[in-house]
Design a protein around this ligand. Structure first.
Ligand code: G3P
Ligand code: CA
Length: 484
C-alpha cells in the first residue's frame, strides 16, 4: 500500500514520509536515519514504501522518536522496529497510550538532546495535548545556510474539549498546560515549521508550491508564531463556547429557596425547575451514617437542639427539615444516590465534616457516578484527603479568596475546579483561572444580579437556591445566541 501523499525532501536532510492523516518525517543524519512519529498501524507499510521511493532503506533507521503517545503517531512503530531494529523514544507519561504495543527504549525528558551523526534534536516537554508531549527542534542545512526546524509535538485542541478529556479520565487542567506550552514555544525561533499533521503546515500545498518555485516554501520564519497564535485562539474558543454549552446550573441544597434544603422535595423540585446539577452537603452521624445536612447543628432547619455528628441516624430519622409551609425528612446519602445517581445530572458533593473523605468516596464508588461528580469542601485538607484516597473523582475547592499560591497548590494536587465566592467572579478573573486550566464554578449567588454577572463572566457553573430563575435566564441567552 502506498501513502496518499507523495514522499519528498522538505529541506536539507529532512524528508516527508507520512500520509494525510498522520505525518512522519525522516532525518538523514549521515550515520543512520531518524524517524519522527510513525502513524496508524497500516502506516508501517506506507512509510516503508515512501522511504524506498526516496531511496532509503527501513533497515537504516536507527531511532524512532515520538512527539506523543496517541495511536496516530505510534501504532505503526512496533512493526517498523521489527523491520529496522531501531531504538524508540517517548516520554514516560505517554506510555499508557501504547496499549502495550511496544516498550520505548528511551524516556525523552525536558532538555534532552538526541544525537545521531550530524543531527542534534533538542527535546522540550510541552504537555497539554497529552501529559507527555515533546516538541522537537533541530538545525537543517540548505544551500549552505542553517535553518532552525521545529515541531510542536501536540497541537490539537479538540483533545482539550471537556467531553474528550472526560473520556480519557482527565480533568481540565491540561488546558492550562497547553497555554503554558504555547508560551514556552514562543521563545523558540523556527524557520521551518514542521507539522505532525499535514494540515498544520499545509504540507501538501507547500510541496506543490515547491515543485514550481525557486524558493523553498517551507522556509518561512513567520509561520511558527502565527500557528501558535491560532492554537491559543482555538483553545479560547473551545473554553468560551463550553462555558455556555456545558454550563452547570446546580440546585443548591436542591431548590432551597422554596423548599426544605437538602431534602428529596428540594432535589426533585430543583431538577423539575431545570437544574442540570445538584449540590448537597454531607455529614456523618455518630453511628457512621452519611446524611445530607448543611449545618453542624440541627436547630436552624429542624428546630431541634444538638449536633448532627453526635446523633444517631435513628434519632435524625425522626426529625423534619422545614421551609415555608413545607417539611421533609433528612436524607441518607446512599438513598439520595439510589434515586439520582443514574440521572443525567452533575453532582457537587460538599464535605462538611473533617475526616469523612474516605467514607464519602467509598459510598460514591458503589455507584456509576465517577464522570459526573465533583467533590468539594471549604476545608483544603478534606479536598486533599479525597484526592489522595480517591483520585478518580474530580475535586474542587470552595474559596473565599483566590490567590496565586492557592491555585499552585491546587494544581500540584490535581484539584481542577476552583469554586470562588460569587462576588469574586468577573470576566478578568474567570479568564485568568481558565488560563490556568481550572473549571470555574461559583458559590454564594445570593441574588439575580449576581447570578447574571457570574454567567456573563464566562464561569462554567454556579450553585443557586433558585435554579428556575437561572434556567430561564440561560434559555433567554441561548435563544438570543441562536437568533444571531
Ligand atoms: O456551592 C457551594 C456552597 O454550597 C457553599 O456554601 O454554605 O451553602 O455550603 P454552603
Ligand atoms: Ca454546600
Amino acid at each position: 500500500m502506498k501513502s496518499d501523499m507523495v514522499p519528498f525532501r522538505m529541506a536539507g536532510n529532512l524528508y516527508f514520509v507520512g500520509c494525510k492523516k498522520a505525518s512522519s518525517h525522516l532525518l538523514d543524519t549521515g550515520e543512520g536515519l531518524i524517524l519522527i512519529d510513525t502513524g496508524y498501524e497500516e502506516n508501517a507499510e506506507t512509510i516503508v514504501n515512501s522511504m524506498s521511493e526516496l531511496g532509503f532503506d527501513i533497515r537504516d533507521v536507527k531511532y524512532i522518536i515520538h512527539s506523543h503517545g496517541h495511536y496516530d503517531h505510534t501504532f505503526a512503530t512496533a512493526k517498523l522496529v521489527k523491520l529496522s531494529g531501531a531504538k524508540t523514544f517517548l516520554n514516560h507519561r505517554d506510555i499508557h497510550y501504547l496499549e502495550g504495543r511496544f516498550t520505548p527504549d528511551f524516556d525523552i525528558k525536558d532538555g534532552d538532546i538526541i544525537k545521531l551523526g550530524k543531527t542534534e534534536i533538542l527535546c522540550l516537554e510541552t504537555p497539554g495535548h497529552t501529559e507527555g508531549t515533546i516538541s522537537f527542534f533541530f538545525n537543517i542545512e540548505e544551500n549552505g545556510k542553517i535553518y532552525r526546524a521545529g515541531m510542536f509535538g501536540g497541537a490539537g485542541t479538540n483533545q482539550l474539549k471537556k467531553d474528550f478529556l472526560k473520556s480519557q479520565g482527565l480533568n481540565t487542567l491540561p488546558r492550562g498546560q497547553f497555554f503554558k506550552s504555547i508560551e514556552r514555544l514562543r521563545n523558540e525561533h523556527v524557520d521551518i515549521f514542521i507539522g505532525n499533521h499535514s494540515w498544520q503546515n499545509d504540507t501538501q500545498g507547500n510541496y506543490e508550491k515547491s515543485l514550481v518555485s525557486e524558493i523553498n516554501p517551507f522556509i518561512d520564519e513567520t509561520r511558527w508564531g502565527a500557528f501558535l497564535n491560532k492554537l491559543e485562539k482555538d483553545l479560547w474558543t473551545v473554553i468560551e463556547n463550553e462555558s455556555k454549552t456545558h454550563f452547570i446550573n446546580y440546585a443548591h441544597r436542591g431548590a432551597s429557596e422554596y423548599l426544605p434544603e437538602n431534602t428529596f422535595l428540594a432535589f426533585y423540585t430543583g431538577v423539575y425547575m431545570g437544574a442540570n446539577g445538584i449540590e448537597t452537603d454531607v455529614h456523618v452521624t455518630k453511628d457512621g451514617v452519611a446524611v445530607l445536612f448543611h449545618d453542624d447543628t440541627l436547630d436552624r432547619v429542624t428546630g431541634e437542639s444538638g449536633i448532627v455528628s453526635e446523633k444517631t441516624y435513628e434519632e435524625l430519622a425522626e426529625m423534619f427539615v422545614s421551609k415555608n409551609e413545607f417539611q421533609d425528612k433528612i436524607v441518607r446519602f446512599e438513598d439520595f444516590l439510589d434515586k439520582f445517581s443514574f440521572r443525567d445530572l452533575t453532582f457537587a458533593i460538599e464535605l462538611k465534616q473533617k475526616g469523612t473523605a474516605k467514607q464519602v468516596a467509598d459510598i460514591l464508588r458503589k455507584y456509576d457516578i465517577k464522570d459526573k461528580v465533583v467533590i468539594t469542601s471549604f476545608d483544603f485538607e478534606s479536598v486533599c484527603d479525597m484526592r489522595e484516597y480517591a483520585p478518580e473523582f474530580n475535586a474542587g475547592f470552595l474559596a473565599k479568596e483566590v490567590t496565586d499560591e492557592l491555585l499552585l497548590e491546587m494544581k500540584k494536587r490535581n484539584i481542577s475546579e476552583i469554586c470562588p465566592k460569587a462576588t469574586l467572579v468577573n470576566e478578568e478573573n474567570v479568564r485568568k483561572w481558565h488560563y490556568e486550566g481550572f473549571n470555574v464554578r461559583a458559590w454564594g449567588v445570593s441574588n439575580e444580579d449576581l447570578m447574571k454577572t457570574v454567567y456573563e463572566a464566562g464561569a462554567d457553573g454556579m450553585t443557586v437556591n433558585f435554579p428556575d430563575k437561572l434556567a430561564e435566564y440561560i434559555k433567554i441567552n441561548r435563544d438570543m445566541e441562536e437568533e444571531k
